[in-house]
Design a protein around this ligand. Structure first.
Ligand SMILES: Cc1cc2nc3c(=O)[nH]c(=O)nc-3n(C[C@H](O)[C@H](O)[C@H](O)COP(=O)(O)OP(=O)(O)OC[C@H]3O[C@@H](n4cnc5c(N)ncnc54)[C@H](O)[C@@H]3O)c2cc1C
Length: 278
C-alpha cells in the first residue's frame, strides 16, 4: 500500500503539464512526472519516494509518438518498453529493452522513466548514447533539443520542472551492425552484472556500459583503445579496461575483479562480432 495520499493529473499537452507542475510546485506539493509509475509506486511503498501529486504524461500525444520522420526516428518518452520492442524500429534498442525487468513490467516501464529513473542501470540509455541521439526536454521556457551525451553525466541532468518529451535517433544508426550483451548473476531476468551495447559507426566501434560502474556510461578513451587497430586484440581490451577511471562496482552480484574478468570476455565478443579483429 502507498502510505500517503496524492493528487493525480493527466494533461493533454506539454504546456499544460508544465503549467500544472509550476502550480503544484508553488504550493509545495513536490510533484513528480509519472511515466509507467513502476518505480514511483514501488519506492513509495518502501518509503523512499514521497509526493503529494503526480503528473501522468501518458495523455500527451508528443510523448506517445513512435515512427520515422525526415530520416529521424522519434520515440516519445511515454512509449513503453514493450511498444519499442514490438515496433523494433531500432533493433539494438529493441533488444536492450527486452532484457529490462520482465515482460509484465515492460508493459508499464516507459522510455522516459528508464532514462530518468533513480535505479542505477538505465539500460535503455546505452543504445541512445552510442547512436548520438538527441532528447527533447520541456520546461517553463519552452522546449529544447539537445544531444543526450551533453545532458547525461552519470544520470540525466534535468532542472526542476523539466521533463523528457521524446528521443530522436538519426536513421543512419538504425541499420548498422550492432551487438547487445547482458550478463546477470544467475537468472536471465535480473539487474545487470554487466550490460553492453555496441555498434559500428563508420568503421569505428561505439560502445556503452551499464553495471560496470554505479551509472551507465560511454567513454571516448575506452573507444579509442578498442579501436586502435595497430595493437593485438588482448592488448586493446586490457588497455580499455585499465582505463576505466571510476571505481568498478563490487556488490552481491559480483566483485570488481569478477566484473573485470566478465568484461574481458564480453569485449572479446565485441571485437569478434563487429569486425574489429586484427
Ligand atoms: C521490478 C523492476 C525491475 C527492473 N529491472 C531493471 C533492469 O533490469 N534494468 C534497468 O535498466 N532498469 C530496471 N528497472 C528500473 C526501471 O526501468 C526504472 O525504475 C524506470 O524508472 C521505470 O520506468 P517508469 O516509466 O515506470 O518510471 P516512473 O515510475 O513513472 O518514474 C520514475 C522516475 O522517473 C521520472 N520520470 C518518468 N518519466 C519521465 C520523463 N518523461 N521525464 C522526466 N522524468 C521522468 C519520474 O518523475 C520518477 O522520478 C527495474 C524496475 C523494476 C520496478
Amino acid at each position: 500500500m502507498i502510505p500517503f495520499d496524492f493528487e493525480y493529473y493527466k494533461p493533454e499537452t506539454v504546456e499544460e503539464a508544465i503549467q500544472i507542475y509550476t502550480e503544484l510546485n508553488g504550493k509545495g506539493k513536490k510533484p513528480l512526472y509519472y511515466g509507467g509509475g513502476t518505480e514511483i509506486i514501488s519506492m513509495s511503498r518502501a518509503h523512499n519516494v514521497y509526493t503529494e501529486a503526480v503528473i501522468d504524461i501518458k495523455g500527451i500525444s508528443e510523448c506517445n509518438v513512435q515512427g520515422l520522420r525526415d530520416n529521424k526516428l522519434i520515440i516519445g518518452s511515454a512509449v513503453t518498453l514493450t511498444q519499442i520492442a514490438e515496433a523494433n524500429l531500432f533493433p539494438l534498442l529493441g533488444l536492450t529493452v527486452q532484457r529490462i525487468a520482465d515482460h509484465t513490467i515492460q508493459d508499464k516501464i516507459t522510455l522516459g522513466g528508464n532514462i530518468a529513473g533513480t535505479i542505477i542501470y538505465r539500460e535503455a540509455v546505452l543504445p541512445l548514447l552510442i547512436s548520438n541521439s538527441e532528447v527533447v526536454i520541456a520546461s517553463s521556457k519552452g522546449k529544447k533539443q539537445i544531444l543526450l551525451k551533453d545532458i547525461f553525466d552519470k544520470r540525466i541532468k534535468l532542472s526542476d520542472g523539466e521533463f523528457i518529451v521524446n528521443v530522436i535517433v538519426d536513421s543512419s544508426f538504425l541499420s548498422v551492425p550492432y551487438l547487445h550483451a547482458k550478463r546477470t548473476k544467475s537468472d536471465k531476468i535480473d539487474y545487470p552484472l554487466i550490460t553492453l551495447a555496441a555498434l559500428k559507426d563508420n568503421n569505428r566501434i561505439n560502445i556503452a556500459f551499464s553495471g560496470v560502474c554505479s551509472y551507465p556510461f560511454r567513454s571516448s578513451s575506452i573507444e579509442d583503445y578498442l579501436n586502435d587497430y595497430s595493437l593485438q586484440n588482448n592488448i586493446r581490451i586490457n588497455n580499455a579496461i585499465g582505463n576505466i577511471t571510476e571505481p568498478i562496482l563490487s556488490d552481491l552480484s559480483g566483485s570488481a575483479d569478477f566484473r573485470k574478468f566478465m568484461l574481458q570476455r564480453m569485449l572479446t565478443e565485441v571485437l569478434e562480432k563487429l569486425g574489429g579483429t586484427n
